[in-house]
Design a protein around this ligand. Sequence first.
Ligand SMILES: [Zn+2]
Length: 387
Amino acid sequence: MSTRLSPREILDKLVSFPTVSSETNLPLIDWVESYLQSHGIAVHRHPHETDPAKAAVFAHVGPEIAGAVVLSGHTDVVPVEGQPWSSDPFEVVERDGKLFGRGTCDMKGFDALAIWAMVEGHYANLARPLQLALSYDEEIGCTGAAPLIESMAAKFPKGSAVIVGEPSMMGAVTGHKGGAGFRVHVRGFEVHSSLMHTGVNAIMYGAKLIEWANDMNAANRAQEPNPVAATFEPPWTTVHVGTISGGTAHNITALDCHFGLDFRFVPGDDSAEWLARARAKAAEIEGEMQAVVPDTHIEMRETFAVPALMPEEAGEAETLVRQLTGDNTPRVVSYGTEGGHFQSAGYSTVICGPGDIAQAHQPDEYLTVAQFEAGQRFMEKLLTSCS
Ligand SMILES: [Zn+2]
């Protein structure tokens, strides 16, 4: 299989694997691994710690030295259930200058270009190495990035500039908010609601924590944002409850209440401190509950944590991307990426990839042919700059 495939042929292949985050991504990883190996490229896979159906893959081409440009992408895609698609989501269909298919935009288009660039780089005489990092589970809270980064650092010389190819219309994005979420379970005590002073209504105590979230939003909004935060919309850290369930009948104090409590942090806000504040508030409410019935509690399970991407002062990755694209517009986004994890691990990081985030996660998701070609030109310039 040592034929050199075009970016489009690689994209067709990647999209054909239905790598929805809840499903296995191994057939895709197997394919990438054997394709790169067929060209004699050094590849490693990092199996998921607990889920045998998932793995990440990473590779290195060029001299065995530090300072590589790392091309970072995720292999998973969001589900297609309930979405009206005009064609098979797992087949690339070209219509009106657009490549339709799940993941064409987010972000198998970039993955295909990165794999293509690795093979081209392998046959070129690179002075600066290129590395590829393809993760799992990005769409369910960027949980695959940290273990991949750690595993990669143990196998290869450390890279110095990371390009995360999330859709940015090939512009340089230098910052994004961080995120973290809790699943909250309030366990109360059931009595007839006529005697509610002897029971613990899980919904009503849960509402106190939700009211704390409302207070935090109002307080954050009232504050003067720092200069980095000021570039975001909105320029403050937000706390959000998107789902809630609980209770069994109108005349029973609710035994259980479950809800999600999610934070989006502006860069510079200490996420650990915010999580601690939420836990402290929950502990205070729990104390009130236990004063009524001792055997009640509030449990808070952390579901994800995505570090913010902080714009860097003259960052190496940003400088490189601006040289290659000629784009000098300052730009931050409100979606989270694996970039925050790379930056936390000490890599200079920037986001730059083909496609518009507005097309991500949609029915009839597409990447324009023009953007895909712009991505290829970007990779060609990158290869030249590494030669
Ligand atoms: Zn993505």
